[in-house]
Design a protein around this ligand. Structure first.
Ligand SMILES: Cc1ncc(COP(=O)(O)O)c(C=O)c1O
Length: 390
């Protein structure tokens, strides 16, 4: 890896991965790994999914790139599908290249049309590698710490504490919501808190933008993470899983936002807006999840993992907490997350240890087989047993 820039903080897990098939990765020696990370949570319907590959091949033989002066029926068809699953009927979409870009673009629109100067979000949220939402350090942001307040609830803030009452809703025009903190180590905000915030934002004619880059496209057992709450966002940013590893993302807006936007002078230009190839991939990913009933499968497999991990928690005190929704799961240990991860890797299971805690993440493709999950759980249990006996 002499000629690659390697970002500090990025672990080099395996040097020679040359082939993949659904949830299996193979190295150049032929060793097989079960991928429980799905390539930074992107391969929603499995590596080298034959339906996605077929759609890609068929599209690149027609046209893959146009540029922003052109349209193509596949973009319109995919937009309709995206709007259907987001509940933003009669809204509009734009196809982009990364999760960071979808959030950033959504925020630019929100800032342009918001009637009030402040944007509210949670301090444990992550929104991307760049842009305004990536930094959130200016004084037009409120980064509310929902994990440290006087609500005294296991779920964090429920909107019933003095700290919550200091949020100046009368000056807030935007709520940027990540419905399950991803880099914040998999924590799901309480329903009470989110519904209370949404109500206040709507009372003040504000905009709700959800970042579904990780929680979207079935990861938590519903199409989107916000669907675990009774809210309807105005803007939805979608990335990762919608491309199954291909770099396409989508930013979708409501009919109302689209109408207001049309009255403004709004400029945004990059070379790959609304490329047909990305749109075809997104279309086929949504189709596959629908046709193969993968939302239900995600709920069932997620429950299986969470239940077994909670059983382990009763016998292995090293497990501090198990958190999860669907196939977005974190195991927080009291110690030794890194040696456990390394041992799992040796035995052929890929999990990521997140920085900032003794936390292991499990986010496999929705297409993972039950037998592979069971094999992982068995191996994980035996590693914990060995540690306990020492
Ligand atoms: C919650 C969340 N939002 C946004 C992003 C940024 O997406 P991308 O890396 O595709 O730019 C990530 C990436 O990990 C993420 O987890």
């Amino acid at each position: 890896m002499k000629h690659l820039i390697w970002s500090s903080g990025h672990q080099l897990l395996l040097k020679n991965i040359v082939r993949a098939d659904n949830c299996y990765l193979y190295d150049s020696e032929g060793k097989k790994y079960i991928d429980l990370e799905s390539g930074v949570w992107c391969t929603s319907v499995g590596h080298c999914n034959p339906k996605i590959n077929k759609a890609i091949i068929s599209q690149i033989e027609k046209i893959s790139h146009t540029g922003f002066f052109y349209a193509n029926p596949v973009i319109e068809n995919t937009s309709k599908k995206v709007l259907e699953i987001t509940g933003l009927n009669d809204g509009k979409c734009e196809f982009l290249c990364s999760g960071s870009e979808a959030v950033e673009y959504g925020m630019r629109i929100a800032r342009l049309i918001a009637e009030k100067p402040l944007a509210l979000t949670f301090s444990d949220s992550y929104f991307g590698a760049y842009g305004e939402a990536g930094k959130r350090q200016h004084d037009n942001w409120i980064n509310y710490n929902r994990l440290e307040c006087s609500c005294n609830s296991k779920e964090g803030c429920t909107g019933e504490c003095a700290e919550f009452n200091t949020i100046p809703f009368e000056r807030i025009g935007i709520f940027l919501f990540e419905p399950g903190s991803s880099s914040g180590l998999v924590r799901f905000p309480s329903v009470k808190l989110i519904e209370k915030i949404a109500e206040k934002i709507k009372e003040n004619h504000g905009i709700i933008i959800v970042n579904e880059v990780t929680t979207g496209i079935g990861r938590t057992g519903t199409w989107f993470g916000f669907q675990h709450y009774r809210i309807q966002p105005d803007i939805v940013a979608i990335g990762k899983g919608i491309g199954n590893g291909y770099p396409v993302s989508v930013m979708a807006v409501s009919k109302n936002v689209a109408e207001v936007l049309a009255t403004k002078n709004f400029l945004y230009a990059q070379s790959h807006q609304n490329d047909p190839l990305g749109a075809v991939v997104a279309f086929e990913v949504i189709n596959t999840i629908q046709n193969e009933n993968l939302l239900l499968q995600c709920q069932q497999l997620g429950n299986l993992i969470i239940e077994q991990l909670n059983e382990y928690k009763k016998i292995f005190p090293i497990i501090r907490q198990v958190r999860g929704r669907g196939l977005m799961i974190a195991i927080e240990l009291t110690e030794k997350a890194e040696p456990v991860q390394k041992e799992l890797l040796k035995k052929g299971f890929i999990l990521v240890k997140r920085s900032g805690g003794e936390v292991l993440r499990i986010d496999p493709s929705l297409t993972i087989k039950e037998k592979d999950i069971k094999a992982f759980l068995k191996t994980f249990g035996s590693i914990l047993l060995k540690i306990q006996k020492k």
